[in-house]
Design a protein around this ligand. Structure first.
Ligand code: DAT
Ligand code: MG
Length: 148
């Protein structure tokens, strides 16, 4: 099944949103396959956001990501990349619909609480970067009640 990389950014951690965010993915019917609470090094943050290195906000973005611990996670399920992005909401929180994580919990694009992979391919890259040791293997007993 499809997997995505989800990261609760330092503002989400500081603001006590970890439980709310995990709960949304859990209740939807996705499976947690990896989770780490960690501080990231500057060079690692730069690698994670390498595609944005030419953007004027890149340095600020990296400083924000390393400003406190983050929760790095892998979630698995049907269409989890695209649906995960819908659960998260638009990049710019003022464009994020109410009911989404950013719509409910964020104001500024530079403090938008959470990261989610934007494609299956990038998800694979990000999972390999953040979880080089592999993922937890398990299957929920609820699987047949969530998936046909
Ligand atoms: P997303 O996180 O929705 O995938 P993105 O990949 O385009 O968005 O950008 C990565 C992060 O960079 C985004 O979550 C917040 C930050 N960012 C994007 N545009 C920005 C801007 N104009 N000013 C400051 N930060 C920005
Ligand atoms: Mg992105």
């Amino acid at each position: 099944m499809e997997q995505t990389f989800i990261m609760i950014k330092p503002d989400g951690v500081q603001r006590g949103l970890i439980g709310d965010i995990i709960s949304r993915f859990e209740k939807k019917g996705y499976y947690l396959k990896g989770m780490k609470f960690m501080n990231v090094e500057k060079s690692f943050a730069q690698q994670h956001y390498a595609d944005l290195s030419a953007q004027p906000f890149f340095a600020k973005l990296v400083d924000y990501i390393i400003s406190g611990p983050v929760v790095a996670m892998v979630w698995e399920g049907k269409d989890v990349v695209l649906t995960g992005r819908r659960i998260i909401g638009a990049t710019r929180p003022w464009e994020a619909a109410p009911g989404t994580i950013r719509g409910d919990h964020a104001v500024e694009v530079s403090r938008n609480v959470i990261h989610g992979s934007d494609s299956v391919e990038n998800g694979k890259k990000e999972i390999a970067l953040w979880f080089p040791g592999g993922l937890a293997e398990w299957k929920s007993n609820l699987h047949p009640w969530i998936y046909e």
